[in-house]
Design a protein around this ligand. Structure first.
Ligand code: LLP
Length: 424
């Protein structure tokens, strides 16, 4: 890690290709022989190199914008055939692009969107395979900002309204009713909500089939959570050592049990003879990445002690936005350096001019010194993809480690990049 930091500077996102491969394969294997497609949810980490890696492993993609669709096109033209398109605000231009790309499935989220898709498909004379994304009214225990499966959320079509809309869609020449779809939220660490949701979907499939629809696909969405806290993995936070190895060993903790998840999703579908689509994001990428950052300053305000990092909320916004927990560990201590954990509690903060710019509050840390390298763990998902230029800070570089090779897959932004789109 210190070599990577010296070579590419900090803040730096570092991803482990081996971890991504292992997690994808384990997730895939958990679904066994049941026909299924894993449509990786691009929003978790949209790096082209990572998309390429996943595509080579056989992944399809879940996109929510024209921009994400364009990323898939750049990975491989053929990858477009395994794209599902979700989102409550698809524009006509985005719909047209997806129609032309002949994607696998449109997950339609409202009556108005269905009307627009109908007219765009007719205009372009391209058939759209559709699923309605239904809202199953299932509560999922997670942060309220990322829970999506309740009546009061903007997502999906109330499940009880779906049959009437399917009937309407079936009459359209350029629409092909092909599936049902759902996504109830993210960072969900209990399996019950998934099981309950798919039970409701299975019921819907039976109703729709008895109404004469040919339902092939059941898209169960994403949302499976990971263990961000070391104690949830049954392990102590590491104090030193190689972070990517640590990420590997954290891969299969209690909530990372892919088989139980697969069981919960598959059980209600038994005998239905459907093709399952899954849209995992975080669970594949989260533990595969760290944010490497250097300690700029140690400071004290009265009794309060701060560690000021060179990474800020613009680089990783999860703690600021969701009060999310990330383990933070020294990336590498010099050989033989056995520092004890300090008795003091630190706020670990960034340089951005907001009190919300923190990575951890009241956290115990092994003793740190100015200039030390720290790794913010489990930052592979919703890290770089939510990064911004707030405070006119260039976004960090990204490195993909694959065995002995480390490739810079995105260079660090420069001051010139920051003003590239502006006119004076
Ligand atoms: N499918 C749809 C339609 C989604 O909206 C999402 C995530 C996923 C799949 C993938 O969910 P996952 O498997 O990654 O949980 N920024 C937040 C997470 C927002 C999730 C949005 N939708 C965070 O950092 O926790």
């Amino acid at each position: 890690m210190s070599r990577l930091a010296a070579r590419f500077s900090t803040p730096l996102y570092v991803y482990s290709a081996a971890t991504i491969r292992d997690r994808f394969r384990a997730f895939d294997a958990a679904f066994g022989d049941l026909p299924h497609t894993i449509c990786y949810s691009i929003k978790a980490n949209s790096s082209l190199s990572i998309l390429r890696l996943l595509s080579k492993l056989g992944a399809g993609f879940d996109v929510v914008s024209g921009g994400e669709l364009e990323r898939v096109r750049r990975v491989h033209r053929h990858a477009l055939a395994n794209v599902v398109f979700s989102g409550v605000g698809k524009t006509a231009a985005e719909i047209d692009a997806a129609l032309r790309a002949r994607i696998l499935l449109f997950n339609v989220e409202s009556e108005s969107e269905l009307a627009l898709l109908t007219s765009r498909a007719a205009r372009l004379k391209k058939t759209a395979r559709i699923a309605l994304r239904v809202n199953p009214h299932v509560p999922a225990e997670t942060h309220p900002y990322i829970s999506t499966g309740l009546r009061e959320h903007k997502f999906g079509i109330p499940i009880e309204d779906a049959p009437a809309l399917y009937a309407r869609a079936a009459r359209e020449k350029f629409l092909q009713v092909a599936g049902v779809s759902v996504h109830i939220g993210s960072q969900i660490t209990s399996l019950e909500p998934f099981a309950l949701t798919v039970e409701r979907l299975a019921e819907l499939v039976r109703t729709l089939r008895s109404n004469g629809h040919r339902i092939i696909y059941v898209d169960a969405g994403g949302g499976l959570g990971i263990a961000y806290k070391a104690e949830d993995c049954g392990q102590q936070a590491v104090s030193a050592g190689e972070v990517s190895k640590e990420a590997d060993s954290r891969a299969y903790g209690a909530v990372d049990d892919f088989r139980s998840y697969a069981g919960a999703v598959q059980r209600p579908l038994r005998g239905l003879n459907v093709h399952l689509i899954l849209e995992p994001g975080r669970v594949l990428l989260g533990p595969a990445g760290v944010l490497l950052t250097r300690v700029l300053y140690l400071k004290r305000n009265g009794d309060k002690r701060f560690v000021v990092l060179d990474a800020g909320m613009n680089d990783l916004i999860r703690p600021a936005l969701y009060n999310a927990y990330h383990e933070i560990v020294p990336a590498k201590l010099p050989a033989g350096d056995q520092r004890s954990t300090s008795a003091d509690l630190f706020d670990i903060v960034g340089p951005v001019c907001e009190t919300g710019d923190f990575f951890a509050r009241d956290r115990r840390l092994p003793q740190v010194a100015e200039g030390d390298l720290l790794a913010v763990l489990d930052a592979g998902a919703y890290g770089m993809s939510l990064a911004s230029n707030y405070n006119s800070r260039p976004r960090p570089a990204e490195v993909l480690v694959d065995g002995a090779r480390s490739s810079l897959v995105r260079r660090r932004e420069t001051a010139a990049d920051l003003v590239r789109c502006e006119r004076t």
